[in-house]
Design a protein. Sequence first.
Length: 116
Amino acid sequence: MNLVLALTIGFLFATGTYLLLRRSTVKILLGIVLLGNATNLVVFLCARLIRGRPPIIQGEDHVLHAPYADPLGQALILTAIVISFGVLAFAMILVRRGYDIFGTDDTDTFIEEEQK
């Protein structure tokens, strides 16, 4: 399972980087989304894939003895999803505004029109 996730993460990073280097703002936006998803998968993979009990200390115990699911990775991923959604919404507005103003989504056209 870890190998499949590692290959998927590599593919997402490669595809996201490729899309970030394109001239179209829509492709750049898709590249940002793919890089965000790949980063979330990296955090998920680093938190280890363990099936276990919830991390709750019960009774007179002072430490956890059995394997337990680490909640830190899950909390980080949830936070990253919320932040990436906000960035995505803002970037979508910028892409739409650029298209409304310049009539295209080509970044070179944005620069040429701005210099005129």
